[in-house]
Write a protein that binds this ligand. Structure first.
Ligand code: NCD
Length: 317
């Protein structure tokens, strides 16, 4: 397991939610909730990261995650620089670690990294200087910890205590880092029931997601749940010939109002975005009264503020 802590036990990196304790998750969510309320009031500004230099390095496309990390840092008084990895020297063959050593020599304090290759984040975290924190903004199919936290915050805000809830994660679970981090946080917070729902080819290996009931039809998988988390088909993570046909997928696994009616009447619908309307979700649902998809985006800023404040702890204390 990746060591994400300092010698005093405090969180230094956030690369995965695996190994993060429940009290730490509760503290992060509590802080995020505080910032979410302040954001809604228009007063989420402080200087706890004054003088802190944050770099974002995204080797895969991103809109919400990158922008919300940047806004979160700025609201806490940090300076944030976005590096376009495609344009920088990585394309000339410089390894991620060399790029990171350069940023370290330029006195960056926090590196926010998204990478398509599993293991790169842990490798970087194991080699950076002790004063540098590494935050994952999404790693391959493995992990997207701030997304997991923002999903938990959104569910808690709309539905209350997670331990009372039945939650269905639906779609391309096999290739989804969002599903893995959501599973970890919901399990840690002891969701009453966790389900994974999708076509057999998109469900994970049987040893993954222990404790989850598996469903291969949406109709059965959604029966009576409080929370429906939809996922995008991660086309970029499998061979082109094996990508499911869009129309066929929607016919069997698309979330339509009729299918959503199987869930509890007060169920909420999440989607990390980008959404493929008419493939995994119908517009009537995405824009409908049960959708909390836009609240997820707002909560992304609050969660990233909480995470940045927590790992740059010397300044927050
Ligand atoms: C997700 C990602 O990149 O993992 N997007 C996000 O961060 N909100 C989900 C996806 O790309 O499907």
């Amino acid at each position: 397991m990746i060591d994400q802590r300092r010698a005093d036990g405090s969180l230094r990196h956030l690369i995965t939610l695996e190994g993060v304790r429940r009290d730490e998750v509760e503290a992060l969510l509590g802080r995020a909730q505080h910032y979410a309320r302040a954001l809604a009031r228009g007063s989420a500004y402080n200087r706890v990261l004054e003088g802190v230099q944050v770099a974002t390095l995204f080797a895969e496309p991103s809109t919400r995650t990158r922008v919300s990390f940047e806004l979160a840092g700025r609201r806490l008084g940090a300076q944030v620089l976005n590096l376009e990895l495609q344009l920088s020297s990585r394309v000339k063959g410089e390894s991620m670690l060399d790029t990171v050593y350069t940023l370290q020599a330029l006195y960056f304090d926090v590196l926010v990294i998204r990478d398509a290759e599993a293991g790169v984040l842990a490798h970087v975290a194991a080699h950076v200087a002790p004063q540098v924190s590494v935050l994952s903004a999404g790693e391959a199919h493995l992990s997207h910890p701030t997304q997991g936290l923002l999903d938990a915050l959104t569910v808690r805000e709309h539905k209350g205590a997670i331990d009372q809830l039945a939650i269905a994660i639906v779609g391309d679970i096999r290739h989804s880092r969002v599903a893995r981090s959501a599973y970890q946080v919901f399990r840690l917070l002891q969701a009453r029931e966790l389900r994974i729902v999708g076509p057999p080819g998109l469900l994970p290996e049987s040893e993954e997601f222990p404790g989850c009931a598996r469903f291969e039809t949406l109709e059965a998988g959604l029966e009576g749940v409080d929370v429906v988390m939809m996922l995008r088909i991660q086309k970029e993570r499998f061979a082109a010939t094996r990508v499911p046909d869009a129309a066929e997928y929607f016919a069997r696994y698309g979330l339509t109002p009729a299918r959503l009616a199987r869930a509890r009447p007060d169920a909420i619908v999440l989607h990390p975005q980008p959404m493929n309307r008419g493939i995994e979700i119908a517009s009537e649902v995405a824009d409908g009264p049960q959708s909390v998809i836009r609240a997820q985006v707002s909560n992304g800023v609050a969660v990233r503020m909480a995470v940045l404040e927590t790992v740059a702890g010397r300044l927050a204390q």
